[in-house]
Design a protein around this ligand. Structure first.
Ligand SMILES: Nc1nc2c(ncn2[C@@H]2O[C@H](COP(=O)(O)OP(=O)(O)OP(=O)(O)O)[C@@H](O)[C@H]2O)c(=O)[nH]1
Length: 236
């Protein structure tokens, strides 16, 4: 979906978390404060590989009828309750076209918890360009320390496949990334898209990512606390 969107953090959920924490604190001194966490996942790859459709499928629950080239970054999110904890999964859908990446600012690369590299299984060029996307991430200090996954999209177009699975798997192994082949379009594969992002969220949750809301008992404000993650190498 086209638009250069500047994400505005929605803190309403954090406020309700604060309320819960305050209620909990009066109800029982032994209960730990309610926590919520945000995971910022950046989705990157050539234009037209289906980044917008994948993020839309996960956050919007369907395949968009029509998409336009993304300008800068689009931002989608979904909140899930994972093991009793509120997890907000933010997907940052970046522009694949060079001219539209100019409006991406350094800020977008900050506090990223995971990177999803996407190629189009029916377009060998999009696969061959992956090293330049990996390099771009490296230049923005998104190196091997954070989880990275590789997604081959459009697996529904079986007759047009140009990137064989074994080739993609070798590339993924070389870069220590898990590989997923998926389709944002085919409803039968939508569970797979769901599973990819939920798996990533579970993996992030089991580590120590950014912790966002804490109950603050003596002020009415919710502070955003950014904890530095401990280095993660590979989670596959
Ligand atoms: N058959 C099929 N088509 C898809 C799939 N995902 C996306 N498409 C189509 O591929 C085209 C590009 O999809 P987008 O999601 O806009 O691609 P993008 O990577 O976000 O492109 P940029 O915004 O330019 O970076 C659109 O025509 C989609 O309908 C898929 O899983 N299967």
């Amino acid at each position: 979906m086209a638009s250069a969107l500047v994400p505005v953090p929605d803190t309403s959920w954090a406020e309700s978390s604060l309320e819960q924490s305050l209620t909990a604190s009066t109800a029982s001194a032994v209960l730990p404060p309610a926590r919520s966490r945000i995971f910022k996942i950046i989705v990157i790859g050539d234009s037209n590989v289906g980044k917008t459709c994948l993020t839309y499928r996960f956050c919007g629950g369907r395949f968009p009828q029509r998409t336009e080239a993304t300008i800068g970054v689009d931002f989608r999110e979904r909140t899930e309750d994972i093991d009793g904890e509120k997890i907000k999964i933010q997907l940052w859908d970046t522009a694949g076209q060079e001219r539209f990446r100019k409006s991406m600012v350094q800020h977008y690369y900050r506090n990223v918890h995971a990177v999803v590299f996407v190629y189009d299984m029916t377009n060998l060029t999009s696969f061959n360009n992956l090293p330049s996307w990996i390099e771009e991430c490296r230049q923005h200090s998104l190196a091997n320390g954070i989880p990275r996954i590789l997604v081959g999209n459009k697996c529904d177009l079986q007759d047009d496949i140009e990137v064989p699975t074994d080739l993609a798997q070798k590339f993924a192994d070389f870069h220590s990334m898990p590989l997923f082949e998926a389709s944002a379009k085919n409803p039968n594969d939508s569970d797979h898209v769901e599973a990819i992002f939920m798996t990533l969220a579970h993996k992030l949750k089991s580590h120590k990512p950014m912790m966002v809301s804490q109950s603050l008992l003596d002020t009415n404000k919710v502070h955003l606390v950014h904890e530095q993650k401990s280095a993660m190498t590979c989670w596959c």
